[in-house]
Design a protein around this ligand. Structure first.
Ligand SMILES: *[C@@H]1O[C@H](CO)[C@@H](O)[C@H](O)[C@H]1NC(C)=O
Ligand SMILES: *[C@@H]1O[C@H](CO)[C@@H](O)[C@H](O)[C@H]1NC(C)=O
Ligand SMILES: *[C@@H]1O[C@H](CO)[C@@H](O)[C@H](O)[C@H]1NC(C)=O
Ligand SMILES: *[C@@H]1O[C@H](CO)[C@@H](O)[C@H](O)[C@H]1NC(C)=O
Ligand SMILES: *[C@@H]1O[C@H](CO)[C@@H](O)[C@H](O)[C@H]1NC(C)=O
Ligand SMILES: *[C@@H]1O[C@H](CO)[C@@H](O)[C@H](O)[C@H]1NC(C)=O
Ligand SMILES: *[C@@H]1O[C@H](CO)[C@@H](O)[C@H](O)[C@H]1NC(C)=O
Ligand SMILES: *[C@@H]1O[C@H](CO)[C@@H](O)[C@H](O)[C@H]1NC(C)=O
Ligand SMILES: *[C@@H]1O[C@H](CO)[C@@H](O)[C@H](O)[C@H]1NC(C)=O
Ligand SMILES: *[C@@H]1O[C@H](CO)[C@@H](O)[C@H](O)[C@H]1NC(C)=O
Ligand SMILES: *[C@@H]1O[C@H](CO)[C@@H](O)[C@H](O)[C@H]1NC(C)=O
Ligand SMILES: *[C@@H]1O[C@H](CO)[C@@H](O)[C@H](O)[C@H]1NC(C)=O
Length: 628
């Protein structure tokens, strides 16, 4: 029944668009045959966006660096992002574990090993977020040039999901090594673990500070970022046990679980909020962020009520509905299709980037998270429909009511409907994919034409993982069902692990030694009420601050928002500086709407304490009268 309605809606939707009609007749393949072909194209295309790979389309990239897109203008994505790279390589190492046959001649094992070495080098690159020594701040830098050098432009930094995702990917690579050779774990404990541990130290030290979200716009605490942090530390403690090591920062996991559980659920709206403590006030926080979080937390062996939000949790399904519905009437291309018609989805309804369009990543996510949920329900043999998930289920099976459904049995219709709905999102992607199978970043909201960056690595990776889940290929359990993962503090504490001076380059993987001068900490604070589009930055006469007091093309480090509220707009950045050496600095305001900078006309001085003096000195500048 449901599937017929769905098909009719799809066909009706398609017929109204000449572009789509033309494309459909050009392709005219069944979903099954399209998926099979598109999977291979996508896996190959993702790999061809990596430096050092045979026949790649990113020749200028260094070996092992995953380039976001070969596009160098409008937009320029010829960079390597820590997040995109980790998610892409997680997909690739899972293919290695699944035994996927490679389409070309690049061994998946070599691909992930080259990634590992590239990350060892990147960990040591001093950048506008800071350095590896002594406090690990450089690990939070979101992106680098694809030759592995620092990028100095103004950007939303730090982005704290990067180290967490990378740690999980590296642990997946360690898993692949163990599976291949259970008796030779030495390389894992002596080489991989120190690399992973740097990132775990960062997560344990900074999970309780604000950072930019995965879409690089919102400075606050993102559900996706925090979920990635929780998973990394849980996996870290499991791996530490396996390797007879200790993971002190991993002890933060129960606090992170408490933070996640108590702050993001919007009871009134029936959805998980993407960001809290955020600098974007005019947003519903309806977003793909929690959907991607549930996909990252997915563990086929977890129960639906695991502390790490699972795809089969009622809150995930509720969020799926609210988020998908937000695009039905918003994008003309969706033709106001009502549920249960699948539609193109975007990042969040208030999106204005490139005019605010649907994305391939998010539409693939709409499918993938449902395949995950389907698998979990099937494994459990039951589905609990409760008040929270009822609206989601009612869209698919109108007569559904609250209660427990069994599978096989009275739950079979629900399971079939979820599978059909998930397939529908892939069908929509098929409709808007050119015949050669290339996937851009976005799809024009009006015309349905691919737009923004061409051949986006993450779009390809998203398609591959969605198809894997549809095929029943699930990643190894990461421990979501473990007591460690389900240890949730009774009282949430904003605690952190002090990792300072514990970070170290992994020389065995080709990283260079880093200088280890005695550094001490100062906190630089600015009181300044930003207008729309404005963010605060800092320049100064040290390398982290760009060695400049005036140059807009040099490093501009962004200030953080933990303390920014309407009544008290206090921005700050913790800085580790050579002990006893004064820093001269200025605050800068960038209006990203018209790309204009305002520099202070006076500079300030900060005096880092002498070596051995652990007093943290805080400097506050009242910026209310500046920049006029
Ligand atoms: C697609 O193929 C089917 C079966 O081969 C055919 O009946 C149909 O007309 C084709 N549709 C389009 C739009 O070309
Ligand atoms: C790295 O790439 C950037 C951007 O293309 C370029 O400006 C820089 O010179 C390159 N650095 C090296 C060491 O190749
Ligand atoms: C950890 O210690 C146990 C017991 O001492 C030993 O059996 C095991 O091989 C060790 N594992 C590793 C990875 O060193
Ligand atoms: C929660 O949802 C309600 C209803 O959609 C909305 O009015 C409210 O702004 C949301 N809360 C937050 C914190 O976004
Ligand atoms: C997951 O945990 C639950 C509760 O502890 C347990 O009943 C179940 O057997 C576990 N599942 C697996 C696959 O380990
Ligand atoms: C679709 O919904 C939008 C917003 O609710 C509305 O303005 C528009 O008229 C609707 N279009 C159709 C064809 O119903
Ligand atoms: C989408 O298509 C419309 C209509 O052709 C065009 O005006 C708009 O600029 C396009 N947007 C993008 C981001 O390509
Ligand atoms: C589904 O079937 C089971 C087993 O017969 C029954 O216990 C349960 O109440 C049924 N669920 C609903 C919502 O009717
Ligand atoms: C694939 O098709 C698109 C749209 O027709 C085109 O822009 C792109 O250049 C093609 N890509 C390749 C690799 O042929
Ligand atoms: C799930 O748990 C079962 C039983 O403990 C185990 O055999 C299986 O390998 C686990 N699955 C994954 C994907 O780890
Ligand atoms: C935030 O502000 C409070 C009160 O003004 C202050 O005690 C605290 O140290 C500030 N935190 C940071 C990280 O600057
Ligand atoms: C963290 O440890 C470093 C190095 O031991 C020390 O200098 C610093 O004062 C400590 N920070 C806190 C907040 O305890």
């Amino acid at each position: 029944m449901v599937s017929r309605t769905l098909l009719a809606a799809l066909v009706a939707g398609a017929a109204a668009h000449p572009v789509i009609e033309a494309r459909q007749s050009a392709v005219n393949q069944t979903l099954e045959s399209w998926i099979q072909r598109q999977f291979n194209i996508s896996l190959d295309s993702a790999i061809l966006n990596i430096g050092g790979v045979n026949g790649n389309v990113v020749e200028a990239a260094g070996t092992g660096y995953v380039v976001a897109s070969p596009s160098t203008i409008n937009p320029d994505y010829f960079y390597t992002w820590t997040r995109d790279s980790a998610l892409t390589e997680l997909m690739i190492v899972d293919e290695l574990i699944f035994g996927t046959e490679r389409v070309g001649n690049n061994s998946l094992q070599v691909v992930v090993e080259q990634y590992t070495r590239a990350q060892a080098r990147l960990q040591t690159v001093t950048n506008p977020s800071g350095a590896l020594w002594p406090a690990g701040q450089g690990l939070g830098e979101p992106k680098f040039y694809s030759n592995g050098t620092r990028f100095n432009g103004a950007w939303g930094r730090p982005q704290n999901d990067g180290p967490a995702l990378r740690a999980s990917t590296l642990m997946e690579i360690a898993e692949a090594i163990f599976r291949r050779n259970p008796n030779a774990p030495t390389i894992v404990s002596t080489v991989y673990w120190p690399l992973i541990y740097n990132d775990l130290l960062y997560v344990g030290q900074y999970w309780n500070t604000s950072s930019y979200d995965l879409w690089e716009e919102v400075n606050g605490n993102s559900f996706f970022t925090t979920t990635a942090q929780h998973r990394a530390l849980v996996q870290g403690s499991i791996w530490a046990q396996r390797l007879n090591k200790t993971c002190e920062p991993c002890a933060q996991a129960p606090q992170i679980a408490c933070f996640l559980e108590n702050n993001f659920w919007n009871e009134t709206g029936n959805y998980v909020l993407a960001n809290i403590n955020a600098n974007q006030v005019n947003r519903s926080q309806i977003n793909c962020d929690p959907i991607l979080a549930a996909m990252h937390a997915f563990d086929i062996n977890a129960t639906c009520d695991a502390a790490a939000l699972q795809p089969c949790n009622s809150k995930t399904l509720a969020t799926h509905k609210v988020w998908v519905d937000s695009f039905r009437d918003l994008y003309p291309v969706n033709n106001n299709a009502t549920a249960p018609s699948p539609v193109l989805t975007g990042r969040y309804p208030e999106d204005t980037y490139y005019g605010g369009n649907p994305w391939y990543i998010t539409t693939a996510a709409a499918a993938e998270v449902l395949y995950d949920a389907h698998a979990q329900f099937t494994k459990a043999g039951r589905i609990t429909v409760d008040r929270v998930s009822l609206p989601f289920w009612q869209d698919l099976v109108p007569q559904v009511r609250q209660g427990v459904y069994h599978s096989p049995g009275n739950g079979t219709a629900l399971l079939d409907a979820v599978k059909t709905y998930a397939d529908g999102f892939l069908s929509v992607i098929q409709t808007y994919t050119p015949a050669n199978g290339t996937l851009n970043e976005q799809i024009n909201r009006t015309t349905g034409e691919p737009t923004s960056a061409i051949a986006l690595t993450w779009s390809f990776a998203a398609l591959v993982t969605a198809v894997d889940r549809r095929n029943g290929d699930f990643p190894p359990s990461w421990g979501a069902n473990s007591t460690t993962a389900n240890n949730v503090s009774n009282i949430c504490s904003w605690s952190a692990y002090n990792s300072t001076t514990k970070y170290a380059p992994v020389l065995a993987l080709g990283a260079s030694p880093v200088p280890t001068p005695c550094e001490t900490e100062v906190i630089l604070n600015l009181l300044y009420a930003t207008g729309p589009g404005e963010n605060t930055y800092i320049v100064g006469n040290t390398s982290v601050f760009g060695n400049t007091l005036s140059n807009t093309s040099a490093v501009i480090q962004v200030l953080r928002t933990n303390n920014v509220t309407n009544g008290n707009p206090q921005w700050f950045v913790p800085a580790w500086l050579p002990a006893g050496v004064p820093l001269e600095y200025k605050y800068v305001v960038l209006n990203s709407t018209d790309n204009t900078y305002k520099f202070e006309n006076v500079s300030h001085f900060a005096y880092p304490p002498a070596c051995g003096n652990n007093t943290v000195v805080s400097y506050l500048v009242n910026g209310t009268s500046l920049y006029t």
